[in-house]
Design a protein around this ligand. Structure first.
Ligand code: NAD
Ligand code: TDX
Length: 332
């Protein structure tokens, strides 16, 4: 039985990964999570105790991390400050967790010679024009825009340096925008779904023409497991499911699926430095490692996600008012 350490496993994508691993493998999972505002233990309810344990702590705590690395075979690193809007308001935690935290984990991976997989984002490549025929590939130069994406880019470069300088057995993946259950209501799709449930009109930044390339979190998990099992050390793999949509289309689809008029939303103040378009070419992952997404159809994945937020109001209700007060203070 392989023993995995999953950092950030109480967050959105990390918790989806934990569920995926426990369902599809025999691995044992230890989660290390600081339980920031974004972590929620309820996302890890009802997991088999003999295959799962939870440690509350900071990835930048070198002594804690050292002890945990000595007990596992491989590490999958999701923990991060993840929200662009927060990084515009208060960048410091992004440096502490995304840079110093990743550095702390890399030093432990080096000391204990552990397999390490680093989770990153397509935002490290900056943005594309709306009419650009190209998509991001592993060769696209780094050009991050926000405090969030610049710290993720910095963490990727640290991983590359620790591979080359110290022979750490690491791989990196850069994924596009995820959607699915357990996503914090500060993020675009759950914010709009929970607004509609509460009888509030969805909020679109600016004109709503910005394009994101959507992938279901479960497809992200299967891709990460594929890379962990068969990825080549030192390589970077882009993860995406050909899901480009502009924000206006997504809001209109949410409204339609929830039985509201498609135009029942408001335009609000745009995000500063708002990236225009992200788009992923995942040919390398598909060709070299044979990965395929299972959720071909965004509309049915979105409908299932809407059902999940309707059925799990207890999971999100406590944070919704606080999130909306923060946005209201910025005219969003
Ligand atoms: P999230 O904000 O939902 O979860 C982050 C988790 O990390 C939380 O549980 C939080 O408590 C934990 N955490 C934060 N700081 C910590 C620290 N110092 N020590 C230990 N735990 C800490 O984020 P998410 O959306 O699930 O993103 C997870 C990872 O995936 C991030 O690395 C992010 O950059 C990457 N990513 C996200 C997306 C997306 O669409 N959300 C897309 C591509 C890549
Ligand atoms: O209320 C909103 N209205 C709106 O129009 C919010 C919260 C967002 N938006 C727009 C901004 C973006 O164009 O929707 C799009 C998606 O916004 P977010 O959910 O904040 O995601 P994004 O900034 O694209 O970043 C996400 O994908 C890449 C994750 O949060 C990152 O962690 C990941 O790296």
């Amino acid at each position: 039985m392989r023993r995995l350490l999953v950092t950030g496993g109480a967050g959105f994508i990390g918790s989806n990964f934990v569920h995926h691993v426990l369902e599809h493998t025999d691995d044992h999972v230890t989660v290390l999570d600081k339980l920031t505002y974004a972590g929620n233990l309820a996302s890890l309810d009802n997991l088999p105790r003999e295959r799962f344990d939870f440690v509350e702590g900071d990835i930048a705590d070198a002594a804690l991390v050292d002890g945990l690395f000595s007990r596992v075979d491989a590490v999958v690193h999701y923990a991060a400050e993840s929200h662009n809007d927060n990084s515009l308001h208060d960048p410091r935690p992004f440096l502490d967790t995304n840079i110093i935290g990743t550095y702390t984990l890399l030093e432990a991976a080096r000391k204990h010679d552990r397999r390490f997989h680093h989770i990153s984002t397509d935002e490290v490549y900056g943005d594309l024009e709306l009419d650009d025929p190209d998509r991001f590939t592993e060769q696209t130069p780094y050009n991050p825009s926000s405090p969030y994406s610049s710290t993720k880019a910095g963490s990727d470069l640290l991983v590359r340096a620790w591979v080359r300088s110290f022979g750490v057995n690491a791989t990196i993946s850069n994924c596009s925008n995820n959607y699915g259950p357990y996503q914090h209501v500060e993020k675009f799709i759950p914010r709009q779904i929970t607004n509609v449930i509460r009888g509030v009109r969805p909020r679109l930044y600016g004109a709503g023409e910005n394009v994101r390339d959507w992938i279901h979190a479960d497809d992200h998990s299967s891709a990460v497991l594929t890379i962990l099992d068969r990825g080549e050390i030192g390589e970077t793999y882009l993860i995406g499911a050909d899901g480009e949509k502009n924000n206006k289309e997504v809001v209109e689809l949410i409204l339609e699926l929830m039985g509201e008029p498609r135009d029942a939303y408001d335009h609000v103040t745009d995000r500063a430095g708002h990236d225009l378009r992200y788009a992923i070419d995942s040919t390398k992952l598909r060709t070299d490692l044979g990965w395929q997404p299972a959720y071909g159809d965004f509309e049915s994945g979105l409908a299932a996600t809407i059902r999940w937020y309707r059925d799990n109001e207890d999971w999100w209700a406590a944070t919704k008012d606080h999130v909306e007060a923060f946005y209201a203070s910025k005219g969003q």
